[in-house]
Ligand binder design. Structure first.
Ligand SMILES: [Fe+2]
Length: 338
């Protein structure tokens, strides 16, 4: 079982005792452990000790004027290891610089004048605890949502995997390759995470296409090709729900569009094709070229790169392709991709 701690820091023991006494008298803090530290260094050591036990520190309240290290220095320092902890600074002096610095770093929850008003102090502390708990709940819900999405993608991925082992491995690699291209293109970590998460879904609609067409060891006739194209529409229908991230839908629906137009299903072009679909399209084709298929052998990396280059600005977004191929001479390129 883990506990919540409130750390109070002041170099004067008598102040600490009165602070603790007032807080303890409020029933809100009945189940909260109140710790005290008489210096900034003691507070840092204490915070580390508490966190090592698995307990949380929702709030730290510190006096500003202390010898050796000030309260604002302490709170600023703790912000690195304890960014979620709400930090309250108590000061009897108009030390605007200290407060401004902390506020600018988004490290200060509240600033209270000393001597404090008991009502104000308790209200601030209660609000700080409540805010900390709400943020924790949101984080937990987000983590749950992410793991549910991953479980769903994995389940859908497995459907394909049992259907055709080549396709199963292909969709796993597409996830890594798409994240790799997004990173090379300088996109942010959140986007990279999402594209890795959703890229495996791109061909989910193939579950609705007859196996004998998908695995045909030769060129498809026109009617068969038209049938295969339908995997985009079927896939989109499978995940067409308001709760599904538009990034996932765009990948499924637009990963066969071409930069110059003429792809399927809608035939849109350029920036009208969502970025995530333009990325997955490159990853999809590169992986298809370098993997053996029933109708073709695996091409060497150099051949695949050459084929992609020929399609620069035709099938593929030129900027994204340049980012992807920039280091293609490196023998270990594409890195992270097995
Ligand atoms: Fe596809």
């Amino acid at each position: 079982m883990s506990f919540e701690h409130l750390i109070c820091v002041d170099d004067e023991n008598i102040v600490l005792q009165s602070l603790k006494h007032e807080i303890k008298a409020d029933p809100f803090f009945k189940n909260i452990i109140i710790d005290v530290a008489e210096s900034a260094d003691d507070a840092v050591a204490l915070a580390q000790e508490i966190s090592d036990t698995g307990d949380t520190i929702p709030v730290i309240i510190s006096d500003q004027r202390m010898p050796v290290k000030s309260g604002s220095e302490l709170l600023g320092e703790l912000h690195g290891d304890f960014p979620d902890t709400k930090k309250i600074l108590l000061t009897g002096y108009a030390d605007l610089n200290a407060v401004t610095d902390l506020v600018n770093r988004d490290a200060l929850y509240r600033y209270l004048a000393k001597p404090w008003d008991s009502k104000d102090l308790l209200l601030s502390l209660r609000e700080a605890f409540t805010t900390f708990r709400q943020h924790r709940q949101i984080d937990a819900l987000n983590a749950k949502l992410e793991s549910m999405t991953l479980a769903m993608v994995s389940a859908l991925e497995s459907t394909n995997f049992f259907f055709d082992e080549d396709t199963g491995n292909h969709i796993r690699r597409i996830s890594t390759l798409s994240g790799y291209i997004a990173r090379l293109a300088g996109l942010d970590e959140t986007f990279i995470k999402l594209i890795r998460l959703y890229a495996p879904l791109h061909d989910i609609g193939k579950v609705g296409i007859a196996k004998d067409i998908l695995l045909k060891p030769g060129k498809l006739d026109r009617r068969e090709f038209d049938t295969v194209k339908e995997h985009v529409r079927i896939g989109h229908r499978i995940i067409d729900d308001n709760s599904i991230d538009p990034i996932a839908k765009n990948i499924v629906l637009y990963h066969h569009e071409k930069w110059k137009g003429g792809g399927y299903l809608e035939g849109i072009s350029g920036d009208n094709i969502p970025l995530e679909a333009r990325i997955v399209s490159i990853a999809d084709v590169y992986d298809a070229l370098t993997s053996p298929r029933v109708y073709k052998p695996a091409y060497p990396k150099e051949t695949a790169v050459e084929i992609l280059r020929q399609e620069r600005g035709i099938s593929f977004d030129p900027d994204l392709l340049d980012a992807f191929l920039a280091d293609s001479d490196d023998p270990y390129w594409p890195r992270d991709v097995k």
